[in-house]
Design a protein around this ligand. Structure first.
Ligand code: AMP
Ligand code: ZN
Length: 469
């Protein structure tokens, strides 16, 4: 059976047949780098990573693009308040984002385009929409996308969602610089420079200003993956208006080969919730990865939790759930350690039934919950065989090979064994000195500092050691 996925465009589970037989172009909307991302955001990025890894296991060569939104209203407001430069501020949060991304074992995308580095492409795309009469320049120099004119060209607005565009966006805040819109549903492609923007502006044929968020993704995805590509992902909150607007801009520009769509398959990940509500910065109910490191959890445990349920199911984040994830990761680690000891360097090319079952359920719209069911049945049976002394070295090697294949998708990887860097060992030493001097407060501060950097202190008969969390 081929891979089947739920395509938001058709609202149906479809066979996945990319435009070229063995290649997939994949775009996932990336972070807005104005703060630390929370683990709700990371649920979406880990979901995209899982999709990419599964496509690779299925034999596709994937080109994975994820943009970095490094200019936008919230960013401009914050740098104005803090007197920082755009590049300095967004650079700091991009670095933090990528550290967290790596800690969750997400494979780095092949391209990480920045909005600020793609202005010529963005301006050119807006120009095409103006030339086709779909976008218009307002008196203040802003440029808007006209949904009415787009529909007038025979295009459908509301492909991902059935929308009544007359009623749409009512209640959405219309900022004062958007007073010149022809219709309330129209959205900004180019925002004319205002004094509050400071030195954040670029030239364009319509005057100085900056792009709207939606046009950035249209321009960068088409520039890197072509005007038609296979797969576009994001969290479900992006369906409308962001992705609907991406389709309208990209198809409205008329750059596709006749009969081709902008994107063939759209996949959306469900939200991570806290007490039934979406985890969100605005609700203040969020955890960053760093918050969880402070609590002693590590990236593998958090990744496990984020991929423990099906991507179409929202689930509640709890610390208890994370503690259960930790126990499950430890169960797998213990079994792998025993298998490694038993196999003692033997190798095997036997194809385990676990791999066949994993592929069978993952082909069915990435049914990861069923995959975990099969994995933990296998862990139980394998542990029983080990305990009964029935597992030969060859069988142990085959089990290890099976896990390696499955884990190429799950991405838990091996437990960390890394030596701590010298400056951290120095901190550990300082903690020992503080404790000897009975300065326990300082000792605890250093312990928390190390935790924040992802290292836990473990007391051993040979004195305290640092263990990567
Ligand atoms: P942002 O940096 O706000 O543009 O968001 C980055 C990504 O995180 C987008 O794909 C959002 O859809 C996604 N996202 C935001 N909140 C959540 C959540 N609670 N659960 C899952 N994904 C989310
Ligand atoms: Zn986007």
């Amino acid at each position: 059976m081929p891979l089947r996925i739920l395509n938001t465009l058709s609202r149906a589970v479809e066979d996945f047949t990319p435009r070229e037989p063995r290649r997939v172009g994949m775009y996932c909307c990336g972070p807005t780098v104005h703060n630390f991302a929370h683990i709700g955001n990371f649920r979406t990025f880990v979901f995209a990573d899982l999709v990419r890894r599964y496509l690779e296991l299925s034999g596709y060569t994937v080109r994975h693009v994820m943009n970095i939104t490094d200019v936008e209203d919230k960013i401009i407001r914050t740098i104005r308040e803090n007197g920082r430069s755009l590049a300095d501020f967004t650079g700091e949060y991009e670095k933090a984002f990528l550290e967290d991304f790596d800690a969750l074992h997400c494979l780095r995308p092949h391209d990480l385009p920045h909005a600020t580095e793609h202005m010529p492409g963005i301006v050119a795309l807006i120009g095409k929409l103006i030339d086709r009469g779909i976008a218009y320049r307002a008196p203040d120099g802003s440029v808007y996308f006209s949904i009415q004119r787009y529909q007038g060209c025979g295009c459908k607005y509301g492909q991902l969602l059935n929308l009544n565009f007359e009623e749409m966006r009512v209640g959405e805040r219309v900022s004062s610089d958007e007073y010149a819109k022809e219709a309330v549903a129209d959205f900004a492609l180019w925002k004319a420079r205002v004094p509050e923007d400071g030195d954040v502006f670029w030239p364009s044929p319509w005057g100085e200003g900056r792009p709207g968020w939606h046009i950035e993704c249209s321009a960068m995805s088409m520039e890197l993956l072509g005007t038609s590509f296979d797969l576009h992902l994001g969290g479900e909150d992006l369906v409308f208006p962001h992705h609907e607007d991406e389709i309208a801009q990209s198809e409205g520009a008329g750059v596709q080969v006749p009969g081709e769509r902008f994107v063939k398959y759209w996949m959306h990940g469900a939200h991570l919730l806290v007490e039934g509500k979406k985890m969100a910065k605005s609700l203040g109910n969020f955890f960053t990865l760093r918050d969880l490191f402070q609590k002693g959890f590590n990236g593998r445990e958090i990744r496990f939790l984020l991929i423990s349920s099906h991507y179409r199911e929202s689930f509640n984040f709890t610390l208890k759930g994370l503690a259960d994830a930790r126990a499950n990761v430890a169960r797998i680690d213990e079994m792998i350690a025993k298998l490694t000891e038993l196999a003692a360097g033997t190798s095997s090319t036997e194809v385990s039934p676990l791999v066949a079952e994993f592929i069978r359920v993952m082909d069915d719209n990435l049914n990861v919950s069923a995959a975990w069911g099969a994995i933990f049945d296998w862990v139980r049976e394998t542990n029983r065989a080990i305990a009964e002394g029935k597992l030969t070295p060859i069988a142990a090697a085959a089990a290890l090979a099976a896990w390696q294949k499955v884990d190429a998708v799950l991405g838990l990887g091996a437990p960390p064994t890394a030596e701590a860097p010298a400056e951290l060992l120095q901190l550990l030493e300082e903690r020992q000195i503080a404790r000897k001097a009975k300065d326990f407060k300082r000792g605890d501060v250093i312990r928390d500092q190390l935790k924040g950097l992802g290292w836990q202190i473990e007391d051993t008969p040979k004195g305290p050691k640092l263990k990567k969390m």
